[in-house]
Ligand binder design. Sequence first.
Ligand code: PHE
Length: 330
Amino acid sequence: MKEWYDAIKEAQSVEKLEEIRISVFGKKGVLAAEFAKMKSAVNEEKAQLAKELNTHKAALTDELTQRKVVLQTLELEANMKAEAIDVSLYRAKCQSGGLHPVMETMDRIIEYFVAMNFAVKTGNMLEDDFNNFEALNLPKYHPARDMQDTFYFKDEMLLRTHTSPVQIRTMMANKPPIRMIAPGAVFRRDYDLTHTPMFHQVEGLLVDEEGKVSFANLKFILEDFLKYMFGDVEVRFRPSFFPFTEPSAEVDISCVFCKGDGCRVCSKTGWLEVLGCGIVDPNVFDAVGYKNVSGYAFGLGVERFAMLIHHIGDLRSLFEGDIKLLEQFQ
Ligand code: PHE
């Protein structure tokens, strides 16, 4: 019998073990043959033989079960090793995207005005002369058009120079009151440290009954808005000119770099110009057929805001798609 114990110990696979089990315990197996021999044995021997055989039977069963467990474990380990995925082998360079600083700034501006109950309106980048200029009190050959030169197509179409045409279109399509902002890309013939041929604006318009909208209302909301965007800054209004507003003002904040002491960025003035605004010129209301109304309007460049918020020196760098620059704002 000893050779079967050895065979079990040496078995290297579950299949081999099964073969051994059949050879030992099967109908034609070794044990069956040994038990058969008992028939011819005499009585005393029979009992002794039966005892021996039963001991072997039990012991071999134990050996088989134990070896099976060992072999199964080994096989499982081998399989796991073979199928293992080595996650440390290749570290995929996974870069997560993020909002462009201009879009992030635009979102913040929109958030403020939406909270103030302004509707968000958009229009077409390809505009006609009427909506971009004429209706905004900028007749053909008016010198103020020079400040907003752009790319012209035939049929009096052009790349819009501001988002003010969205205000004209909104007024033409709706009755007053109006409370809206117009965010979007605009185009001008400019290219230097603080200007690019394409940039983004958010312009606002509020129209209500005659006598209801004052410069004080405009001043209040813009001061509140600028403090929301830039924190604790001083705000000042300077008289200015826009064809579509009268009176008009340019709005400055105290320099965010030198806190008003005067530095290179604010040209030693302590102030930074951030937006234009005014009371809507009656000629604009005439152009859209509004009667007995009053309103205010304002407009700002989103890139300029982003530059001041993130301390970016050259506005053009915002459009170069340089990951090294953009990553810093994520
Ligand atoms: N449309 C003006 C511009 O693009 C900005 C502006 C809007 C100024 C509304 C005053 C009132 O320069």
